[in-house]
Design a protein around this ligand. Sequence first.
Ligand SMILES: Nc1ncnc2c1ncn2[C@@H]1O[C@H](COP(=O)(O)OP(=O)(O)OP(=O)(O)O)[C@@H](O)[C@H]1O
Length: 402
Amino acid sequence: MASNVPVVRLENVSKRFVIRKEKSLKERIVNAGRSAKFKEDFWALRDISLEINAGSSIGLIGPNGSGKSTLLKAIGGIIEPSTGKVERRGRLAALLELGAGFHPDLTGRENVYLNASILGLTTKQTDYYFDDIVDFSGIENFIDTQVKFYSSGMYVRLAFAVAIHVDPDLLLVDEVLAVGDEAFQRKCLDKIRQFQSEGRTIILVTHSLGQVTEMCDRAVLLSEGSVRFDGAPQRATVEFRDLLEDRRLEDAASHGDDSVDAGRVLSASVRAEGRAEGDAIEPGDDLVISATFSHRDGLERWVAAVQIDSVLGQAVYGTTTKRMKMSLPRLKDARTIEFTIRDVHFGSGKYFVNVSLMAHDGTHLHDRPQIASFDVPYYDLAAGTLFAVPEIADIGVVDQAR
Ligand SMILES: Nc1ncnc2c1ncn2[C@@H]1O[C@H](COP(=O)(O)OP(=O)(O)OP(=O)(O)O)[C@@H](O)[C@H]1O
């Protein structure tokens, strides 16, 4: 759990990169050392102020190029901000992009010692942890091979194993974890959870919104180098989806495709059949999702889609009028479609309803993520998104010799 003690403090941090504008090698040579005419400033971070308390787990999210990795590097002291100030306390371990921290010509073993010493361990301490590090990495057969021959997965395994054994107060993880195979990812996430329970601070860059809602107690959404939202992960994922939707519409408009902007999901609601909106949904209910659509120019062969997500952002159920082989009349003025999903058995918790208007070829014309929500009451027999009553039998002592 987060305390009130800040371990990281950023004050008005901005980062400028200078981008060269020449296109060809020849142009670069001709213009070498010349004026700023061929250079352009690019602000990857703009005026970011953040305070991160000890014991918190922060997810950094945002579209490609929004500045997540740059921010993580600024927090880790790997890059200097162009303006502003970064303060950090405690021992840091950072898992940034592949290639950072390891020397390609050295073996895995040598890199473990080198990397651990950079992160602040003495040789004696590294001797003590060495077997554990190799064991966690699962690459003992390659530990005396030069790391330039490693696959990216092997590389990340070793780097992560070192990072978690240096007893960090603050762990920075860029998306490198996505490189490992699923079993290793799970192992890393378990380790991160253990770190959380030990009160360490974790800052995670990820594209997995599920990971953010599941693992983090706070999320920072970046857009074009600025903080667009800072707060509850669940809310941040909604803001992020809205941001992507706005971008998509802008993009479509700038390409002269105003047909995309013409379609609208106007509203939606969810309830159990025979009961009012807002009442809890019980196992065995018929769920009614009602959604209203319109299209400025008129749209033939359109498709209405609904999806139900868990609070972790995982899709639990989805269907479309196309799947149901239902053809809808031309859409122009507001028209309401009602989906009735019979005999639902959701596990306890909150669920979100997403509604989309699509063209017949599957192009999304308008998405309204989390446009409605419902709750399923708690029951103590089981956990998960499926409601089902378990039966358990004790089969008795088993003779293992047979
Ligand atoms: N060394 C650099 N020189 C010039 N521009 C850079 C440099 N590093 C990053 N940038 C630019 O800064 C912007 C932010 O990059 P950054 O890698 O932080 O984004 P990101 O949010 O992590 O993106 P992604 O999700 O694609 O990993 C990008 O436009 C990138 O091209």
